[in-house]
Ligand binder design. Structure first.
Ligand code: GDP
Ligand code: MG
Length: 441
């Protein structure tokens, strides 16, 4: 696919900003990639539409084609959508015993995932976990969970023949309270497709158990169908998150995007095999890369951006070395400082600077000052910025008034600029400048 894309992109014009035609051409290929990854059609369509309006008009990084730039934008947007609001992946298990209800289609991996999560909670969080199978549909299902439980050293609720799912859930609750368990997993019966009777059963279990988490387990290899499953379960039972299984297979995991977009619920974990350790917290970056399948292009654009920044740093270093340090340079320095977390953030990063940061703050040398200084520079004309020597009394008055500040403050800024310019010149002679600027960027 990347080769195909490469061909398309070569034909695109090299322009400063992404035109609508550039974006459209690239997004046609992205659409194919999404559908190949089994993202559901309506989700792919909406996603492309959102990216289109975001991408059109954006600047193109030097040395990449507009098409490549679009792929990078798509990738970043994909990560953003998959990550959601950055919900914590940790399961809510305070107020023991906390119930975790596992739901999903038959064969999606509910029972396996239940055991995997139980093992994780036991080993990583030191929790006392109880497993309960509510699967009265398949004769071997209860034994399956009990066997997995024994294998990972986690208790399972004794099997009593002839109980309904609700009765088992009730018994699990009692047992969890009596036995001092932190967490109790309710592993529900699978269904081949959405089925009213079984859905009613899950609702009844939910009402009784009041789960802290209801996790929908979905086979990552199912594409289009994942949306229906997620929609139904979310509407009828209400889910708190999704576990995507079989992500160790060939599937590209487009279901992740579909479900995230349709339900708005976070993907919490991914299953990566049949073994009990084969589960990971969901990582948006990884899954986005896989869905798009254009990792090489994303990496290329990132590299190009780094190169571009390095070139900028070098250009600045050359200017400074020649003693060229005007107000525009000072402004980009100040802005860089703001970006790096301001004075406090910057000093906090250096060892032993904590005290100094505090002293600086007391002396009024803080982020507000950075902002005031930037405002002063903004209030200068282009000419004045390029040549601060022009600044005589009347100009100073105008600039200070424009920024809503005192002339004294402008004078301090000018003095600071002069000191910095002198220092730059000295450093430039010693050839230290390049390193210094690079370290700053
Ligand atoms: P349930 O019917 O939803 O309870 O599904 P099961 O937990 O019984 O799993 C069905 C099959 O899928 C079993 O053979 C599991 O070993 C397998 N399975 C579950 N999760 C994964 C996974 O993440 N990767 C792979 N390769 N197989 C899995
Ligand atoms: Mg099962």
């Amino acid at each position: 696919l990347s080769e195909r894309l490469g061909g398309v992109f070569d034909r695109l014009t090299k322009a400063g900003a992404l035109s609508e035609a550039d974006v459209d051409t690239a997004l046609r290929e992205v659409r194919v990639a999404l559908l190949e990854a089994d993202v559901s059609l309506p989700v792919a369509r909406d996603f492309i539409k959102a990216v289109k309006s975001k991408a059109t008009g954006q600047a193109v990084t030097k040395s990449v084609t507009p098409g490549q730039q679009v792929v990078k934008i798509v990738h970043d947007e994909l990560v953003r959508v998959l990550a959601g609001d950055g919900e914590p992946e940790a399961l809510k298990i305070d107020n023991p015993p906390a119930t975790i209800l596992m739901v999903g289609l038959q064969g999606s991996g509910k029972t396996t995932t239940t055991a995997k999560l139980a093992k994780r909670l036991k080993e990583k969080n030191g929790k006392k976990v109880l497993l309960a199978s509510l699967d009265t549909q398949r004769p071997a299902a209860m034994e399956q969970l009990a066997i997995l439980g024994a294998q990972i050293g986690v208790d399972s609720l004794p099997i009593v023949k002839g109980e309904t799912a609700v009765q088992i859930a009730k018994r699990a609750k009692t047992q969890a309270n009596l036995g001092g368990y932190d967490v109790v997993f309710l592993d529900t019966a699978g269904r081949l497709h959405i089925d009213e009777v079984l859905m009613d059963e899950v609702q009844a279990v939910r009402d009784l158990a009041q789960p802290r988490e209801t996790l929908l387990v979905v086979d990552g290899l199912t594409g289009q169908d994942a949306v229906n499953v997620a929609t139904e379960f979310n509407a009828k039972v209400g889910i708190s998150g999704v576990v995507l299984t079989r992500m160790d297979g060939d599937g590209r995991g487009g279901a992740a995007l579909s479900m995230r977009a349709i339900t708005g619920k976070p993907i919490r974990f991914v299953g990566l095999g049949e073994k009990m350790d084969a589960i990971d917290a969901f990582e948006p970056e990884r899954v986005a890369g896989r869905i798009l399948g254009m990792g090489d292009i994303v990496a290329l654009v990132e590299k190009a951006r780094e190169t571009f920044e390095a070139e900028q740093a070098e250009r600045m270093a050359r200017r400074f070395a020649k003693g060229l340090f005007n107000m525009n340079d000072l402004k980009s320095q100040l802005e860089q400082m703001m970006k790096m977390g301001g004075m406090q953030g910057l000093m906090g990063m250096l060892p032993g600077m904590g005290k100094m940061a505090k002293a600086a703050e007391e002396a009024g040398f803080d982020d507000r000052m950075l902002r005031r200084q930037i405002a002063l520079i903004n209030s200068m004309t282009k000419k004045e910025r390029a040549n601060p020597d022009l600044l005589q009394a009347s100009r100073k008055k105008r600039i200070a008034a424009g920024a809503g500040l005192e002339v004294a403050e402008l004078n301090r800024l000018l003095k600071q600029h002069k000191q910095m310019a002198d220092m730059m010149k000295k450093m430039g002679k010693g050839g230290m400048m390049k390193q210094a600027v690079k370290a700053m960027m």
